[in-house]
Design a protein around this ligand. Structure first.
Ligand code: SDX
Length: 392
């Protein structure tokens, strides 16, 4: 008879936490960053303004913005020795595997100079992570296609710099397309932070032991990679491509409803949103803008629109309150801009680094902070005596 009894560690679980950063009302489809609606931030601000808001607590004045941008810009280069880590990966290594390894390796470069008890050094580590993520991500892409790494250009914006390091080559000038830069910057805003999602909780739990912040962010990257989480944007586009034509949508909707079929509609459903993910609405508008700019006609977008329409009118999805989430449309835009599907979650990690470091800072700065220790319900056997092997 199993002894199902609860183990009482003698303190309340630290699985939940308090935070000033992000508010989500899943029933109403509301997402606020320190009180500002995501729709307004996405339409009217820049990713670096949102980074300032999350990290330093307020939207910056013009002077604060210039200072913050300058601080981030001055940290965009990575140590020359870090380049060597890329050579250790097979050419066909998934860029998320490279991100886990290279970002984890940053902990070796900054371990001795990161006293997490010093607020100033915590902020420097945060700036380094936000600044270097685009460089590391672009290098992961370059390595995977066998092109030379492109150094940061500090004259460009945060997002413009990333696009040039990704798509530029040393042999020729690279002109940042302002419309693409704006769309990419908006996509980064939409992915910046999202309360206590799985990867953010991973960063907090790892950080709660006092671990090196660079290693904690590497742990967050590993968690984000899963197809149930940040890996869904790659899985959603692969699913839309596999469907291929609106006529094949009913077959996939049927599979998604079949309890015996593990297939789920990628980019649909959410642990918290039981209404439309406000980020998905902005993302859908952005697809239209990017397609108009690039004069792109992609049948996959038509499949996505019709799949969304059919699912939103299907009793199963209505009953289970399943709506498109942030990952449903993002892949379509990223693919139109020129990213391979293997880079989609890397871009999610790049943007989410702002939220991860802001959440890590908030946790570490709390004087009452203690090591995380989620509770469990023990369902194993009750206490019993050892049986020697010859008696089993
Ligand atoms: C992200 O937490 C965050 O904030 C995450 C994120 C962020 O910004 O950090 O928002 C980013 O991870 C978005 C989610 C991306 N993942 C996907 O799109 C993968 C496909 N979605 C599912 O795997 C699922 O919806 C989850 C993982 C997102 C949520 O899983 P849950 O919590 O189990 O979903 P649920 O409890 O709301 O499910 C209710 C029912 C279940 O059926 P029953 O057990 O009640 O019979 O709906 C079913 C689920 O099986 N269901 C789906 C479905 N999602 C849930 N059925 C078909 N297709 C789906 N996509």
């Amino acid at each position: 008879q199993t002894g199902a009894f609860t183990y009482d560690p003698g303190f309340t679980s630290t699985a939940s936490c308090e935070s000033e950063l992000t508010f989500i009302d899943g029933g109403e489809g509301v997402l606020l960053h320190r009180g500002y609606p995501i729709e307004q931030l996405a339409e009217q601000s820049s990713f670096m303004e949102v980074a300032h808001l999350l990290l330093r607590g307020e939207l910056p004045t013009a002077d604060e913005y210039a200072d913050f941008n300058n601080t981030i810009t001055r940290h965009t280069m990575v140590h020359e020795q870090l380049r060597g880590f890329y050579q250790g990966f097979r050419r066909d290594a998934h860029p998320m595997a490279i991100m886990c390894g290279v970002v984890g390796a940053l902990s070796a470069f900054y371990h001795d100079s990161t006293d997490i008890n010093d607020p100033a050094q915590r902020m420097i580590a945060s700036h380094r992570l936000v600044a270097k993520m685009p460089t590391i991500a672009a290098m992961a892409y370059k390595y995977s296609i066998g092109q030379p790494f492109v150094y940061p250009d500090n004259e460009l914006s945060y997002t413009g710099n990333f696009l040039r390091m990704t798509f530029g080559v040393p042999a020729e000038e690279y002109e940042v397309n302002p419309a693409i830069e704006k769309a990419m910057d908006r996509i980064f805003i939409l992915h910046a932070d999202h309360e206590q999602n799985a990867s953010t909780s991973t960063v907090r739990l790892a950080g709660s032991s006092g671990a090196n912040p660079f290693a904690c962010i590497a742990a967050g990257i590993a968690c984000l990679w899963g197809p149930a989480h940040g890996g869904a944007n790659e899985a959603a586009l692969n699913m839309l491509k596999e469907i291929g034509h609106p006529d094949r949508i009913p077959e996939y909707i049927k599979r998604a409803k079949d309890k015996d079929d593990p297939f789920r509609l990628m980019g649909f459903g959410h642990r918290v949103y039981k209404n439309y993910d406000p980020r998905a609405s902005v993302m859908q508008e952005t697809v239209r803008e990017v397609f108009d700019t690039l004069k792109v006609k992609d049948p996959v977008f038509e499949v996505a629109l019709q799949l969304e329409e059919m699912a939103l009118n299907d009793p199963y999805f209505i009953d289970k309150k399943l709506f498109p989430n942030v990952d449903f449309y993002s892949g379509i835009i990223l693919s139109a801009i020129g990213f391979p599907t293997s880079m989609f979650t890397v871009l999610f990690a790049l943007a989410r680094t702002v939220g991860w470091v802001a959440q890590w800072n908030e946790m570490i700065s709390d004087p009452g902070q203690r090591i995380g220790r989620p509770r469990q319900l023990y369902t194993g056997p009750a206490k019993r005596d050892f049986v020697p092997i010859d008696k089993r």
